[in-house]
Design a protein around this ligand. Structure first.
Ligand SMILES: [Zn+2]
Length: 150
């Protein structure tokens, strides 16, 4: 029902999203994983995986572990419409090299993280500017620097 409302509002130009989340108990068949869906595999109370097709155009299946004891792991939240937000960002270091955030169901590309999409090489040269990195990292880094100062 909420998905129907979301689709309707998107059709009217009142809501924006690239993908909606859907929960199911089993792992989706990679061949039938639809683009524009983030499939959350849930086993009872436990969120296990988030699966989607790479939004960069290659169509590869991306599986993100939601298991809190695994590393790396991701967190998925949803708003009322089922638009997912995923933290931290998704970076495919092998294959297409796509690097993006998913916020409120919208794909936000990191600089150089959309091969062929913005004409920027997939591998960023030099340090990534602060705005593009995981914000949680920065307080930690500055604390570190402060503690080394006599
Ligand atoms: Zn890709």
């Amino acid at each position: 029902m909420r998905r129907t409302v979301a689709r309707l509002l998107r059709g009217l130009g009142l809501l924006r999203y690239d993908m909606l989340a859907r929960e199911q108990p089993t792992h989706p068949d990679p061949a039938s994983l639809p683009a524009g869906e983030l499939v959350v595999v849930r086993d009872g109370e436990h969120l296990k995986w988030a699966c989607m097709r790479c939004p960069g155009g290659c169509g590869a299946e991306i599986k993100l572990s939601l298991n809190p004891v695994r590393r790396p792991r991701w967190t998925v939240t949803q708003d009322w419409f089922g638009r997912p937000s995923v933290t931290p960002s998704v970076h495919r270091k092998e294959g297409c090299g796509c690097h993006f955030w998913i916020r409120c169901g919208q794909v936000e590309w990191c600089r150089g993280g959309h091969p062929g999409g913005d004409g920027v090489p997939a591998t960023p040269r030099g340090p990534v500017p602060p705005a593009q990195t995981d914000r949680r990292l920065w307080p930690f880094l500055s604390e570190n620097r402060a503690s080394r100062t006599p």
